[in-house]
Design a protein. Structure first.
Length: 335
C-alpha cells in the first residue's frame, strides 16, 4: 500500500477461496475495480493483510506489467487515484478500467485455445465476483472544484449512478455476482483535516470535517439506492451485495478507545505532531517524516491509508457479512 500519486499502479490479486481440507473446491476469481490509492482502497488493503489469510489469497503481478504475470484467479483493475467521473484528472477512471477488463477477457479467449494467457474459463468469468470500490476521489475532487455542498451532492449522485452503469455493462458481458463497497468517512482522514479544513469549518462529534462526511453519506445513500434498483432489475438472476464501509470505518473513529486507538485523527507516519501529524510535502516516505513508536496503535498510517491494525478490524467486519446488504459472507459469494 505504499502507492501514491496518479501513476497507473495496478494491483493484482489472486483469490483462492479456501475450502474444507481434502475437498476440491473451484477457484474463486475476483475482479476488482476502484481507487486503490484512497481510503476506499480497503479491498486491496484489507485483502492484502487479512482477508487474504482467511480466504487463502495470494498476490499476482500488476496488470500493467503483464508479461510474465499470472492472472489465473483474477485481476485487480483498481488504480491509484481513480474516480468514477471522467472529469477527474486521473486517466484511469471506472470506464477505462471496464475497457481494460473487456480487453483482458477478449485476450483470454484468444489465448486459451493455445494454452496461454490467464486461462480463466468462460464459466469462471461467469462465476467470478466483480467488486467495485470507488467514490472517495470523486468527493475530494468535487470539493477541490469549490462546489457548494448541494452541487457536490449532485455530482456525487451522478457518480453513483455511473457505478450502476458499470455493473450493467459487466452484467451484459456475462457477470452475475457483484460486490459494491461504499465510501468511508473521508472527513476523518488526517490529510483531509490538515489540508482542507478552513477556519470556522464544522467538525462532527468524532472531530472529523462535517461537510466531507456529509458528502460521503450522500454518495453512499445514492449508491444504496443504485444497489436496490440493480437487485430489483436482476431479480434472482444476479447477486448484488453492497457493503457499508462508512459504518465500519466511522465506528473506528467514534469508538476509538474501545479498539485501543488513542489519537484517532493522527497519522502514525508523517510530520508536525498533534493534532493530525500531517504536513503537505512532508508526508510519510519523505525524509522529514517519522513513524510513530512501535506498538502505538493508530487508525491511519500515512494520513490516507488505514494501518494494518485498523484493517484487521475492518476485514473482520467485512467478512462477518453484518455490514452487507443483503447479509452475505464473501465465502458464500465465492463458490
Ligand atoms: C499461476 O498460479 C496458479 C495458482 O496459484 C498456479 O497453479 C499456476 O501454476 C501458475 N502459473 C504460472 C505460469 O506460474
Ligand atoms: C472484444 O471482442 C468483441 C468481439 O470479438 C469486440 O466486439 C470488442 O470490441 C472487444 N473489446 C475489447 C475491449 O477488446
Ligand atoms: C477554490 O478556491 C480557492 C480559495 O478561494 C482558490 O485558491 C482556488 O483556486 C479555487 N479553485 C478552483 C478550482 O476554482
Ligand atoms: C431471469 O432470467 C430468466 C431466464 O433467462 C428470465 O426469463 C427472467 O425474465 C429473468 N428475470 C429478471 C428479473 O430479469
Ligand atoms: C459505537 O459503539 C456503540 C456500541 O457498540 C454503537 O452502538 C455505536 O453505533 C457506535 N458508534 C458508531 C458511530 O458506529
Amino acid at each position: 500500500m505504499r502507492m501514491r500519486g496518479n501513476i497507473a499502479l495496478l494491483l493484482l490479486m489472486l483469490l483462492q477461496c479456501g475450502g474444507l481440507p481434502g475437498i476440491a473446491v473451484g477457484r474463486c476469481v475476483v475482479f476488482n475495480f476502484g481507487d486503490s490509492n484512497s481510503d476506499t482502497g480497503s479491498l486491496p488493503a484489507a485483502f492484502g493483510f487479512y482477508l487474504a489469510e482467511k480466504l487463502k489469497i495470494s498476490y499476482l503481478s500488476p496488470y500493467m506489467e503483464s508479461s510474465g504475470s499470472n492472472f489465473t484467479s483474477g485481476v485487480n483493475f483498481a488504480v491509484a487515484g481513480a474516480a468514477v467521473t471522467q472529469t477527474s484528472a486521473i486517466p484511469l477512471g471506472l470506464d477505462t478500467q471496464l475497457n481494460q477488463f473487456l480487453h483482458f477477457k477478449n485476450r483470454t479467449r484468444e489465448l486459451r485455445p493455445h494454452g496461454a494467457g490467464s486461462m480463466i474459463a468462460e464459466s469462471e468469468f461467469r462465476d467470478a465476483v466483480y467488486a467495485i470500490d470507488i467514490g472517495q476521489n470523486d468527493i475530494t475532487l468535487a470539493f477541490l472544484a469549490n462546489l457548494t455542498l448541494p452541487d457536490v451532492e449532485r455530482e456525487l449522485a451522478a457518480s453513483a449512478s455511473r457505478v450502476g452503469d458499470a455493473v450493467r455493462a459487466l452484467h451484459v458481458s456475462g457477470a452475475r455476482k457483484f460486490w459494491v463497497y461504499n465510501t468511508g468517512p473521508v472527513g476523518c482522514l488526517p490529510q483531509t483535516l490538515a489540508l482542507r479544513q478552513k477556519p470556522g469549518d464544522e467538525l462532527d462529534a468524532a472531530g472529523c470535517l462535517a461537510a466531507y462526511n456529509a458528502a460521503a453519506r450522500s454518495f453512499n445513500a445514492e449508491l444504496a439506492a443504485v444497489c436496490r434498483r440493480l437487485a430489483a432489475e436482476y431479480g434472482g438472476n444476479a447477486t448484488v451485495v453492497c457493503t457499508d464501509m462508512y459504518a465500519i470505518k466511522y465506528d473506528l473513529f467514534a469508538n476509538h478507545s474501545r479498539y485501543g486507538f488513542e489519537r484517532p485523527l493522527m497519522a502514525c507516519c508523517g510530520h508536525g505532531g498533534q493534532p493530525y501529524n500531517y504536513a503537505n510535502l512532508k508526508t510519510c516516505g519523505q525524509p522529514t517524516a517519522t513513524a510513530c513508536p512501535e506498538g502505538e496503535r493508530h487508525i491511519i498510517w500515512d494520513g490516507v491509508h488505514y494501518t494494518e491494525d485498523a484493517n484487521a478490524i475492518v476485514a473482520g467486519k467485512i467478512l462477518s457479512g453484518d455490514f452487507s446488504s443483503p447479509r452475505t459472507k464473501l465465502k458464500a459469494l465465492c463458490k
